[in-house]
Design a protein. Structure first.
Length: 263
């Protein structure tokens, strides 16, 4: 398998999809809801996923595709070459803000992450990695993350987690928010992951994400030394939904030990 060739194909397809989104969304956006009134999907999410499926199938029909909108076949396992992709991560940002939404793509072979991409569609910024070769922000190599103290950390976290909830001890989350230097909430998991791997955030925590939200990002994470796990400290479950943390290696375990207590 020629990873360089697949990387070239992935980048071309992502750039082309990004251009299609930029060129069309201002005049033909149809917004619907999915699991709840805040869970949005648009015709462009679906069309972009279909665009990827058609491109990948003509590139190599043996490759499997797992996408958020379920337009690919049902993926039961990660055997062989598998693309895990989210055509638009941050759909609410897309609909409301017309910015801060990502295309994110991971290419796995037998469950091992080989190529990872997070593309900021409006900024035309690409974060990507090739397993074992490093990670880049556009043409600039991303450096290994430098250690820091929790008091110096800026973390991505959704405000609802510091209010009483069924899943976690929110008092400990309040402690975390008070301890760190600052918090941010961008509304796109892939964008927050891109910020952690490039040192613009030091951690990002989510109570529920799906494989396509993080697939590409975890591959970039590995190349810069960021640690990505579920909130039990184990590998994220790529065939289901799971909790998620990605963090600078100097604070990952500390956040889990001191501040995360699941009910
Ligand atoms: P999405 O925009 O692709 O749906 C928003 O906080 C972040 O969480 C986005 O990355 C969003 O991805 C993701 N997310 C995962 N499950 C979600 C859900 N049920 N409703 C809204 N956002 C969800
Ligand atoms: Ca969605
Ligand atoms: Ca998503
Ligand atoms: Ca999505």
């Amino acid at each position: 398998m020629d990873l360089k060739q697949i990387d070239q194909f992935a980048k071309e397809t992502i750039f082309e999809a990004g251009k299609l989104i930029r060129d069309t969304f201002s005049y033909e956006l149809v917004v619907e809801t999915k699991s709840d009134p805040n869970d949005l999907v648009t015709n462009i999410d679906r069309e972009t996923e279909l665009f990827f499926i058609e491109k990948i199938k003509s590139f190599d029909p043996s490759h499997k595709i797992l996408g958020e909108e379920g337009m690919g076949e049902k993926v039961q396992n990660l055997d062989g070459p598998v693309w895990i992709l989210d055509p638009i991560d941050g759909t609410m940002n897309f609909v409301k803000q017309h910015r801060h939404f990502m295309i994110t793509v991971g290419f796995f072979v037998n469950g091992i992450g080989k190529l990872g991409y997070i593309y900021d569609v409006m900024r035309e910024d690409l974060f990507y990695a090739i397993e074992g070769e490093g990670a880049w922000y556009n043409d600039t190599p991303l450096r290994k993350l430098k250690p820091l103290k929790i008091e110096e950390a800026v973390i991505g976290i959704n405000a609802t987690w510091v209010t009483p909830n069924k899943r976690i001890n929110h008092e400990k989350m309040i402690d975390l928010v008070k301890t760190v230097r600052g918090t941010r909430s961008y509304g796109s998991a892939a964008m927050e992951i891109a910020f952690v791997v490039s040192g613009k955030l030091d951690a990002y925590i989510s109570m529920r994400l799906s494989p396509w939200d993080i697939g590409g990002g975890t591959i970039i994470a590995k190349e810069v030394g960021a640690i990505a796990t579920n909130l039990n400290g184990n590998d994220f479950d790529f065939l289901s939904q799971d909790t998620f943390i990605i963090a600078n290696p100097s604070i990952h375990q500390l956040i889990l030990d001191r501040y995360i207590e699941e009910k």
